[in-house]
Design a binder for this molecule. Structure first.
Ligand code: UTP
Length: 492
């Protein structure tokens, strides 16, 4: 098993010579190039960081993922997934929405569900200085992403009368600042005893050309968090799984830190995951229909793996383009099931995976701009083009390990407006527009009036307070007879 960071240290930290010898054996001795120039504190910091690194596993990792990145073989036997349609009355696969909603609500009322947020990413595309969750997602309220999720969870606690524990994965790079933000904001009114932060693992970042591990500073190895797929090991290692079992938690509602529209605890989805005849209750997913074959989202498909037909997520860059363009007789895309990174995970499934010595999610390779120290000049370099390779694990690679896994179609405007980029697609601006569209839709369904621009879009900025509603009916009393004024900015 390739695990570049060791889980346990040998008794006592290794000294300079021992560390140098270890590094030489794997061709990474340059990491100590500036050692003689460091002060004592820096020296021990660097030796400690390298000591925690499983350098012996690096050559195999570098060979496989950095120097000779194999193009992923197209998965075999690709077929569309048989997702539960958004319209539960659809002739293709009719299902009983109310029944599953009630199953999910029973789980929430019994206190068997926790929220699980992965927030360890670097958010480099957004370029925000601080944990991404502190970024403003409320165009009118100025609320942060964390506040949106916190209020959503608080509402569910009020509605179902049971505490909902919240597990939050951070990375060493943002752990302290994330905790500080929660504390400064009084945990958004939640009981801090129910909130558990834990850190994910880190991996070294590599020079794309040579496969050498990069130095971030003279006294620091360049590292990156090991991907949201690192959460399974991190949940186990941090004691979070044991904590869930103590609290009687059976299912985790998984979401990412960037999408303020996510239903933090969706009873319908929980109910399908736990109760649908074709679900194993191990791991379930939500999807939205792709807007075009080119849309850059992973696609759910049914594939053959190890003699079994399983659900898998194929990254957009790996999806065979011709197949991606195929259409159904009604013109819709055959492979339209775009992933929005929303899942429910069974706690016993996580426990099974984490306890299996052979369990390992694959690494994915991403070429990125990684600032580094030039070994010849000792200067810090901020590269203009991609120079480095970061390796990450993805949580969705656990889906094919399920005995069976279901996918639920949902509506883009209702549930998906991630903030990934500083401008353009998936930015704060596009997120605010989608929030307004969603709120306008809810208001109109309740008979309220929303002003429109000549192009038919709302002539106002609207936001729904997650404490007030998770679905339109929750706002009924609040919006009775309401007429929004042109240009009005309002939180509902
Ligand atoms: P992204 O794929 O958007 O990555 O993460 P990112 O690191 O946040 O942003 P970029 O690519 O640098 O711009 C999707 C979700 O997975 C979490 C992120 O915090 C986000 O919620 N994540 C990602 C982790 O928790 N750990 C990781 O190592 C990577």
């Amino acid at each position: 098993m390739l695990a570049p960071f060791r889980t346990g240290r040998r008794g006592g930290m290794a000294g300079y010579q021992e560390t140098l010898d270890r590094l030489k054996r794997v061709g990474q001795e340059h990491l100590l190039r500036f050692f003689p120039t460091l002060d004592d504190k820096q020296k021990s910091g660097l030796l400690g960081q390298i000591d925690a690194l499983d350098v012996e596993s690096l050559p195999a990792l570098i060979e496989r993922y950095v120097r000779n990145p194999a193009k992923h073989a197209p998965p075999s036997g690709l077929q569309p997934v048989d997702a539960y349609p958004h319209d539960a009355k659809s002739a293709r696969k009719p299902w009983d929405r109310l029944k599953y909603k009630s199953t999910g609500e029973s789980l929430l009322r019994a206190g068997k569900v926790a929220a699980f947020m992965v927030a360890g990413g670097q958010g480099s595309r957004l370029g925000y200085d601080g944990p991404k969750g502190c970024f403003r997602a409320g165009e009118v309220s100025r609320r942060s992403l964390f506040e949106f999720f916190g209020f959503g969870i608080r509402r569910a606690e009020q509605q179902y009368g049971k505490p909902v524990p919240w597990y939050i994965m951070t990375s060493p790079q943002n752990h302290a600042s994330t905790q500080a933000y929660f504390s400064e904001h009084r945990y958004f009114g939640l009981d801090p005893a129910g909130i558990r932060f834990f850190q994910q693992g880190m991996l070294p970042s590599f020079d794309m050309r040579t496969g050498k591990v990069l130095l971030a500073r003279h006294d620091e190895v360049a590292t990156n968090p090991d991907g949201h797929g690192g959460s399974i090991a991190a949940l186990e290692k941090s004691g979070a799984i044991a904590d869930m079992k103590r609290r009687g938690i059976e299912h985790l509602s998984y979401f990412q830190v960037d999408n303020p529209l996510v239903r933090t605890l969706d009873p319908v989805f929980l109910g399908l995951h736990a109760g649908a005849p074709d679900s194993s209750g191990e791991m379930s997913s939500k999807m939205i229909p792709k807007t075009s074959p080119e849309e850059k989202v992973g696609v759910f498909a049914s594939v053959e793996k190890n003699g079994r037909r399983v659900v898998d997520v194929i990254e957009y860059s790996d999806f065979p383009p011709a197949l991606g363009r195929e259409t159904n007789p009604d013109g819709s895309l055959r492979f339209n099931a775009g992933s929005i990174a929303v899942h429910v995970l069974g706690v016993s499934f996580l426990e099974k995976l984490a306890g299996d010595p052979n369990f390992e999610l694959p690494y994915h390779r991403a070429e990125k701009k990684v600032p580094f120290i030039d070994l010849e000049t000792g200067e810090h370099v901020a590269p203009a083009a991609n120079n480095g390779v970061k390796l990450e694990k993805f949580i969705f690679d656990a889906i094919p390990l399920c005995r069976a896994s279901i996918v639920l179609e949902t509506d883009r405007i209702e549930e998906f407006a991630p903030i990934k980029n500083a401008t353009g697609v998936d930015s704060a601006e596009s997120c605010a527009q989608i929030q307004t569209l969603r709120a306008a839709r809810w208001l109109e369904s309740l008979g309220a009036k929303v002003p429109k621009k000549p192009d038919g879009t709302p002539d106002c900025v609207l936001e729904i307070d997650p404490l007030h509603g998770a679905e339109p009916a929750d706002l009924r009393d609040r919006v009775q007879g309401l007429a929004i004024l042109p240009g009005e900015r309002r939180v509902l």
